[in-house]
Design a protein around this ligand. Structure first.
Ligand code: GRG
Length: 296
């Protein structure tokens, strides 16, 4: 029987939450406050889009689910660390995340800094200590892939450009460069790591790489539109922050209609890059639809 997208998503997320809870250090183990704050930052919240992309890519190539879960967890831990650090006063200075006080508000700044550091290192520990591929060199490539996507030539670099761009007017290609790094790199890595868990071929990886580039950028374009149009309660984070912080976005550069058009075009390109996979790419198609059509 064919499982609809909502049931597929619910099942994977429910199982994934349990896996994540088991991979994080227990709250009662010392240093308790740090471990509690790590769990606070990761558990019970978030759309879990990146793990779902990992599971969908893994399914596409017939990977074993437990392997994909470690890969998905490593990406989600990096994502959670980036949100904790991004919310701190030295960066975006926000008080609300996933409908709750941000980590440094709930705990304190030093703890939030250490939460980010510890989640990041735990992510790489997971990739290093669990068997994710029968081929050791492929597993090493996966570790390198996540490191490159997270570091100064990936997400952290994109964040540096973002911080430097406040109050400046960027061109569309410059904005695209920033977002391909800040948001797109980790989304692309989530997809490729899932595919690596199932020994994907170079041709498959190349198609998925293109798909990841398109949905990664589409995710950000939609994020810019939602920041301008949705309310704080729906988003679970402060709405309208980009304008308040005088940040260049697709909406400020192109206007809402053109930004929506860009998201539609990226959606189309993403779907085209899956054409050769046929029905096996169903979940990735559905996730691309979700990313572009989401309201939060
Ligand atoms: C601090 C190194 C470092 C990087 C921060 C990801 C990031 C880079 C900053 C977050 C700022 C932001 C709002 C980016 C826009 C796109 C984005 C990553 C949104 C949050 O991701 P969601 O919507 O969040 O998947 P949930 O809570 O659903 O997991």
């Amino acid at each position: 029987m064919s499982v609809d997208f909502q049931s597929w998503t619910n099942t994977h997320i429910a199982h994934f939450e349990t896996v994540l809870a088991g991979l994080l250090p227990p709250a009662e183990v010392a240093p308790q406050r740090l471990h509690q704050a790590m769990r606070y930052a990761v558990l019970q919240g978030g759309k879990r889009v990146r793990p779902l992309l990992t599971f969908a890519a893994a399914e596409l190539v017939g990977a074993e689910l437990p392997r994909a879960q470690y890969a998905a967890a490593s990406v989600e831990l990096i994502h959670a660390y980036s949100l904790v650090h991004d919310d701190m006063p030295c960066m975006d200075d926000d008080v609300l995340r996933r409908g709750k006080p941000t980590c440094h508000v709930q705990y304190d700044e030093a703890t939030a800094l250490l939460v980010g550091d510890s989640l990041q290192t735990l992510a790489f520990q997971l990739l290093a200590e669990h068997r994710l591929s029968d081929d050791a060199s492929r597993q090493l490539a996966m570790i390198k892939l996540l490191a490159a996507a997270s570091g100064s030539r990936g997400m952290a670099g994109g964040q540096a450009i973002d911080l430097a761009s406040v109050g400046k007017s960027l061109s569309v290609p410059e904005l695209e460069f920033m977002h391909i790094h800040k948001t797109g790199a980790l989304i692309r890595a989530a997809i490729l790591l899932g595919a690596h868990c199932g020994n994907a071929t170079d041709a498959q990886l190349s198609r998925l790489n293109h798909f990841g580039k398109c949905v990664g950028l589409a995710f950000q374009v939609v994020d810019d539109v939602l920041d301008a149009e949705a309310d704080t309660a729906t988003l679970g984070k402060t709405a309208g922050k980009d304008a308040d912080h005088d940040k260049p976005t697709y909406v400020t550069l192109l206007g809402v209609q053109a930004a929506r058009g860009m998201a539609r075009q990226l959606h189309q390109d993403a779907l085209e890059s899956l054409a050769e996979f046929g029905g096996a790419a169903r979940r990735l198609r559905e996730l691309a639809d979700f990313i572009v059509l989401r309201k939060y």
